[in-house]
Write a protein that binds this ligand. Structure first.
Ligand code: HEC
Ligand code: HEC
Ligand code: HEC
Ligand code: HEC
Ligand code: HEC
Length: 403
């Protein structure tokens, strides 16, 4: 197994030692809390506070056959070490390496240390961080295995709402909720002329991997909700697959396709469909619901670009690889305009365009939205497309889209 260096290697060494200690001491199985809550690994028990302990697994005398020494938790460690949560070189954990510290507003999700500080699991006051956190951390074992987590019953969403969370989901809901909300889009655009470019507006990014935001749907209201419309709440799916951890193995993060086969004919998520109606106007109900969402998302982006060029007056291009993703293309050559060697962020946002672009990015910011909450995705896309149709003189009814 490839072991990355630095803090991660130390963490693994500590965790291995922790497992070995348990094995040598009492051969005890890991503690698992009531109601399937995560096993509790008490940080006070780690060798860091017991310097007399050897921080790696070496038997007291030979023969030295490491492969024959049982290491409890080895499966979890191995699964976790290969997961995105443990990858210190990913953009999510290395973005701040040059600065050497992670700003307080980012650290609660981009480091185990920041997460613990945010929830008061480090002995401090819970709430938004005031101080930066050193770089080098990942989503370590102690992020999800902390005795204090069992006491937390709700999670604050980006719009200030407190949402109830069962103890196994507090962690996922904290970090995968994104950073923006429909209320933020509403506040930025309220009272402004729908179709007038406003230089004070800029793109509002829902952030990345926002599975919890889409899963909560209308209950969280993290998408932009058009006035007078109802939105599907949390996607309850079916009892055995109703929580993050019932589908995702929490260490490898993988979803076993076989677990879908009890109820669906395939385990390939993008091919699954229950809906008997076509949402994208194609009439094709053989394809997965993923395809309806993808078709409507593509239609919305094309219409937003049409609107930018014809109504807002400046063509707009989308670049998935660069923040803030939407760039000006004043001469319409399909390339972002350049100023001082950098692409010019789109600057002709109208309230209507900003709302539609936000919803489009929201749907695309969760690559699993077709599983996490297909009705919510379809509603956000439907209403955004309908809203752009007016000023574009598109016959919305003729598109044949269903909500
Ligand atoms: C509510 C939790 C949360 C907060 C707060 C947060 N992030 Fe993130 N961020 C995430 C998650 C989850 C991902 C992982 C996305 C993925 O899987 O690619 C991520 C990914 C990223 C990425 C990598 C995107 C990519 O293309 O791979 C960057 C850069 C980033 N965040 C910057 C920031 C900055 C800057 C801040 C503070 C201003 C911040 N984040 C605050 C949750 C958060
Ligand atoms: C993203 C959150 C998360 C991280 C990170 C994490 N775990 Fe877990 N772990 C869980 C959850 C949730 C469960 C409970 C699983 C269940 O109930 O099926 C669990 C269960 C366990 C169990 C009990 C196994 C079982 O089948 O009941 C052990 C042991 C364990 N984890 C060890 C670790 C170790 C060691 C690490 C670090 C290498 C780690 N975990 C990192 C969330 C996490
Ligand atoms: C402390 C914040 C944090 C917690 C807690 C957390 N995650 Fe993550 N998660 C992240 C970040 C950051 C990434 C992106 C890591 C990367 O790009 O290497 C990520 C990545 C993922 C991915 C893979 C995404 C990809 O791009 O491959 C899945 C799936 C995932 N998390 C699910 C979960 C589940 C399920 C839970 C709860 C058991 C959870 N996460 C808890 C921050 C967190
Ligand atoms: C019904 C099972 C199910 C539930 C419940 C579920 N997921 Fe997923 N999730 C999936 C599947 C399947 C995918 C991959 C979809 C695909 O690739 O087609 C996925 C994708 C993801 C991704 C993106 C991974 C990537 O490769 O970028 C993240 C992050 C994630 N889920 C987190 C969560 C969180 C957090 C929760 C709880 C709020 C959750 N999921 C609930 C099945 C589920
Ligand atoms: C216990 C039965 C059950 C299991 C197991 C199950 N599902 Fe489902 N699934 C359903 C039901 C019922 C619906 C319809 C729910 C609704 O619309 O409210 C559904 C809906 C869906 C949809 C949306 C289909 C549509 O047309 O809107 C997708 C995608 C999906 N499931 C994926 C998965 C994946 C991926 C897995 C495995 C990780 C899985 N499901 C496991 C019962 C199940």
């Amino acid at each position: 197994m490839h072991l990355p260096g630095g803090p991660l290697a130390q963490l693994l060494a500590l965790t291995l030692a922790l497992g070995a200690q348990a094995a040598l001491a009492q051969d005890a199985p890991p503690t698992v809390g009531a109601g399937g809550a995560p096993a509790v690994i008490d940080p006070a028990e780690t060798p860091a506070t017991q310097p007399s302990q050897t921080p790696w697994v070496i038997p007291p005398s030979g023969p030295f056959s490491p492969q024959s020494i049982p290491v409890p938790n080895a499966d979890e460690i191995a699964a976790w070490a290969r997961s995105a949560h443990a990858n210190p070189t990913s953009e999510s954990f290395s973005h701040w390496n040059e600065q050497g510290e992670i700003p307080p507003v980012c650290a609660n999700c981009h480091s185990g240390i920041g997460f613990r500080a945010y929830h008061g699991l480090d002995g401090g006051e819970p709430g938004p961080l005031r101080d930066p956190v050193p770089t080098g951390g990942v989503v370590d074992c102690g992020t999800c295995h902390n005795p204090g987590l069992a006491q937390i019953s709700e999670v604050a969403l980006p719009n200030g709402m407190m949402h109830p969370a069962p103890s196994g989901e507090v962690t996922c809901l904290t970090c995968h909720q994104g950073r923006a909300s429909g209320a933020q889009v509403e506040a930025a655009t309220a009272g402004k002329d729908d179709d007038l470019p406003d230089p004070t507006l800029s793109f509002i990014n829902p952030h990345y991997a926002i599975a919890a935001a889409s899963w909560l749907g209308g209950y969280g209201a993290l998408g932009y909700h058009y006035p007078g419309r109802d939105y599907a709440g949390r996607f309850l799916h079916a009892a055995p697959v109703a929580t993050c951890n019932s589908c995702h193995e929490p260490h490898s993060l993988e979803v076993a396709e076989a677990s879908c086969l009890t109820c669906h004919q395939t385990g390939e998520a993008s091919q699954i469909r229950i809906a008997r109606q076509s949402y994208d106007g194609s009439g094709d109900t053989a394809k997965g619901i993923h395809a309806d969402i993808a078709a409507n998302a593509a239609r919305l982006l094309a219409m937003a670009q049409d609107y930018a060029a014809t109504v807002a007056g400046t063509p707009m291009i989308y670049d998935a690889a660069r923040h803030p993703f939407f760039f000006a293309d004043a001469n319409g050559d399909g390339l972002a305009d350049q100023r001082d060697g950098a692409s010019v962020p789109y600057g002709s946002w109208t309230p209507r365009l900003l709302r539609a672009a936000y919803n489009w990015k929201f749907v695309n910011a969760d690559p699993g939205i077709h599983v996490h909450n297909p009705p919510y995705a379809l509603q956000l896309l439907h209403d955004s497309i309908e809203d752009l149709s007016g000023p574009l003189n598109v016959d919305f009814e003729a598109l044949g889209m269903l909500r």
